[in-house]
Design a protein around this ligand. Structure first.
Ligand SMILES: Cc1cc2nc3c(=O)[nH]c(=O)nc-3n(C[C@H](O)[C@H](O)[C@H](O)COP(=O)(O)O)c2cc1C
Length: 344
């Protein structure tokens, strides 16, 4: 897949997830392999306008992460254009426009999913951003405000005309939130309506499901969110770089330890706040130590706990020694996740 001047290989994107897909997690997924594109969590264009200094503290991206997109939200074309110019000046390789977030603080300001209800305004925002910057602009949408008022297709056509270079479709309406099943039909309709790359998004957990989505909708690539939380190796598994299945406890702990190291290196938060955020992120690795995780207060405590659980396993040995799925002996305290098939 090509987005502007970037070759996206493989055509798999880590979905933006506020509170999770910070630089540390993006770097971790990239290190493990099999991931073509990453995106920051959403940043308010208004916040950038009113308090640049403070808003800058939200940023933890680095131009070396390319191909990557910085995601902006907002409903005012000029403010969005200004914000896009600013992030590109800071080195953003791509700009993504959020048109799917339905949380009140985003929608009340006319951004995120609110734009799905007003294709004209959404188009004005996209047009202003595309005119403001020379880097590729992408958008992330849901099917519409409600299932009955699908706007993704007319909006996708308009966005392509404005110069948008790729579109990700979360196959649910804003009203649905995360409930119900995604309707892949909207991905098919968007795919048929435009000539730019389309990422299919919503509930993908295995390579099998992803391939089925691709067969049924014709999407060019996949965007994966929640299935990667506590399982940043999922992209490497789908790309055939690691065996499928749930890695044994020491490996999961070794990956969690790397997550911690990258957080120490890259977090824009102070240690207290970063560790509070990490507690939730680390609990996703099913390490069987939830009570100890909630009591973590600093990096040193987290390091000691994860080192003990990893038993000295080195992440560099990962590809050679990760046991294939038919071998692992289940560890006590660890819960099982569905297995990803090993690609041929
Ligand atoms: C905790 C969380 C935070 C999210 N934050 C964002 C965000 O900042 N921007 C965005 O466009 N979507 C956001 N999303 C939506 C995801 O990008 C994705 O569209 C959604 O989770 C569906 O994909 P999945 O089923 O693979 O998780 C978020 C989702 C979750 C669970």
């Amino acid at each position: 897949m090509t987005i502007g001047f970037y070759h996206i290989e493989p055509a798999t994107c880590l979905a933006p997830m506020a509170g999770h897909t910070n630089r540390a997690f993006r770097e971790l997924c990239r290190e493990l392999g099999g991931l073509g594109l990453v995106c920051t969590e959403l940043v308010s264009s208004q916040a950038l306008e009113y308090s640049r200094q403070r808003a800058m503290s939200f940023f933890d991206f680095d131009p070396s992460e390319a191909p990557m997109a910085v995601q902006l939200f907002g409903g005012d074309p000029q403010t969005m254009a200004e914000a896009a110019r600013l992030v590109v000046d800071l080195g953003a390789p791509m700009v993504d426009i959020n048109m799917g977030c339905w949380v009140p603080k985003v929608v009340k300001k006319g951004g995120g999913a609110a734009l799905l209800g007003d294709v004209c305004q959404a188009t004005a925002v996209v047009e202003a951003v595309c005119k403001a910057v020379e880097v590729p602009v992408t958008v992330k949408v849901r099917s519409g405000l409600t299932a009955a008022s699908e706007t993704a297709v007319p909006f996708a056509r308009a966005a392509e005309e404005c110069g948008v270079q790729a579109i990700a479709v979360h196959a649910r309406s804003a009203e649905q939130g995360f409930s119900g099943r995604p309707d892949w039909g909207v991905i098919t309709r968007v795919r048929q309506a435009v000539n730019i790359p389309v990422f299919g998004n919503g509930d993908l957990t295995t390579l099998e499901e992803a391939l089925q989505m691709q067969r049924e909708t014709g999407c060019h690539g996949w965007m994966v969110g929640r299935a990667a939380l506590g399982a940043p190796w999922i992209f490497a598994q789908w790309a055939g770089l690691l065996p499928g299945g749930i890695p044994p406890l020491p490996w999961r702990a070794a990956v969690a330890l790397r997550h911690l190291q990258l957080t120490e290196r890259f977090s824009s938060l102070n240690e207290f706040k970063a560790v509070r955020e990490l507690r939730g992120q680390l609990s996703r690795y099913d390490l069987g130590v939830r009570e100890q995780l909630v009591r973590l207060e600093n990096y040193a405590q987290a390091r000691e706990l994860l080192k003990r659980l990893s038993g000295g396993v080195e992440l560099t040995d990962l590809r050679e020694h990760w046991r294939p799925p038919h071998l692992p002996a289940p560890e006590s305290g660890a819960t099982e996740r569905p297995q990803s098939p090993v690609p041929p």
